[in-house]
Design a protein around this ligand. Structure first.
Ligand SMILES: *Cc1c(COP(=O)(O)O)cnc(C)c1O
Length: 426
């Protein structure tokens, strides 16, 4: 009998190993421009793939429900302390498995079932967990929504205030998955205070920019700040909650045992590593470059004749209104995919097209910035995007662009072990 512990993945499960090889090549050869994605370091990968995956550690450091947690305590304390240091927060809970679970826990900490919440409409850039009817947040609580202004495409704080006055929500939640502009945290807090609501800010998309000083921080304004750790923050796929001492107990209880059982200790270890990277000076440079790249990409696309929602960007993402040029977001996503550029179709505010065939695409720069690309590459990529959209029905032209894209990608290796072009059998 073979010793199963001694087998490599390729030996133990060739089907999964092959998919992994193909995915490695896909990530290396293409241009990853999905605004919510990034590439973690090899150290973060190593921690995430480590034997901490074997450990049960229900509870919190120093008060666990299992034995053998002394090293789990070490990594969870490191992750918590580093998160607090990065964001200047009194308390951090690093156990949420994802951004959605961080939000579920934050709500659970301060709401009862049936309470009213006020969030940004999904169709205007909000997130499912901010009250959408198919999400726990819209089923368990009573959702109401604010919007962006039809003309400026910026958050309409006057409308937000009017709704808050009328509906008296228990929670006002800020944050978005597709909003290219800055938020007025102080105004939101002022409105929350006026109606007696808890102000939660979900900084999932911008957390890395906030950490790197390339974006104002919601943490001093919000009662509770939630985030994912795998977007601009460049950690493993996971969640994080920050709050003041006053809410710490409620938050911790809501995460465990409220929403989750055993924490993913391997992912908490990976979060500790990622947060350590964020604390280094290079991360500031990285965050600033993400924003610089997005600005250049945006102006280059505008020069090529494309309309950007809100007229530009202050952060890491662009919403491009491709329908103004007669192209559906779904068509654009497909054509760019064939050209080796991965983006996602996205509704634009007040979209007249249906969600599966929306008017826009969302483009982000965090992942390519991690690979070392800068303004020069952004201008080149904007040209390719323009060409691919024009020639969207010409597969030969799209394939030609894909080869140019792969050449560029090869000059910016994803990982050191990918420096030589990787060969994968078809
Ligand atoms: C991505 C995102 C989330 C959810 O994160 P998951 O880890 O996918 O659950 C929550 N809120 C916002 C604003 C997001 O962009």
């Amino acid at each position: 009998m073979t010793d199963r512990m001694a087998l490599s993945l390729a030996q133990a499960d060739p089907a999964v190993a092959e998919a992994l090889d193909h995915e490695t090549l896909r990530q290396h050869e293409g241009l990853e421009m999905i605004a919510s994605e990034n590439f973690v370091s090899e150290a973060v990968l190593e921690a995430a793939g480590s034997i901490f995956t074997n450990k049960y550690a229900e509870g919190y450091p120093g008060r666990r429900y299992y034995g053998g947690c002394e090293f789990s305590d070490v990594v969870e304390n490191l992750a918590r302390d580093r998160a607090k240091q990065i964001f200047g927060s009194e308390h951090a809970n690093v156990q949420p498995h994802s951004g959605s679970q961080a939000n579920a826990s934050a709500f659970m900490a301060v709401l009862q079932a049936g309470d009213t919440i006020l969030g940004l409409d999904l169709a205007h850039g909000g997130h499912l967990t901010h009250g959408h009817k198919l999400s726990f947040s819209g089923k368990l609580y009573r959702p109401t929504f604010y919007h962006v202004d039809r003309k400026t495409e910026l958050i309409d704080y006057d409308e937000l205030e009017a709704i808050a006055d009328r509906e008296k929500p228990k929670v006002i939640i800020g944050g978005a998955s597709a909003y290219p502009r800055l938020w007025d945290f102080a105004r939101m807090r002022q409105i929350a205070d006026k109606v007696g609501a808890v102000y939660i800010f979900d900084m999932a998309h911008i957390a890395g920019l906030v950490a790197g000083g390339a974006h104002p921080s919601p943490v001093p304004h919000a009662h509770i700040t939630t985030t994912t750790t795998h977007k601009t923050l460049r950690g493993p796929r996971s969640g994080l909650i920050l709050c003041g001492e006053g809410l710490a107990k409620e938050i911790d209880k809501a995460v465990f045992p409220g929403q989750q059982g055993g924490p993913l200790v391997h992912i908490i270890a990976a979060k500790a590593v990622a947060f350590g990277e964020v604390l280094r000076p290079e991360f500031k440079t990285y965050a600033a470059q993400i924003v610089a790249n997005a600005k250049v990409l945006g102006t280059s696309l505008q020069e090529a004749g494309y309309r950007l929602v809100s007229g530009g960007t202050d952060n890491h993402l662009l919403l491009v209104d491709v329908f103004e040029k007669g192209i559906l977001g779904s068509e654009a996503e497909l054509a760019l995919g064939k050209a080796g550029i991965t983006v996602n179709k996205n509704a634009i505010p007040y979209d007249t097209n249906p969600p599966l065939k929306p008017s826009g695409i969302r483009i982000g720069t965090p992942a390519l910035t991690t690979r070392g690309m800068r303004e020069t590459e952004m201008r080149l990529i904007a040209q390719w995007i323009g060409k691919a959209l024009e020639q969207r029905n010409d597969d030969v032209a799209l394939e030609r662009i894909r080869q140019e894209v792969a050449e560029l990608a090869n000059r910016f290796p994803l990982y050191a072990w990918l420096r030589a072009p990787v060969a994968v059998s078809a």
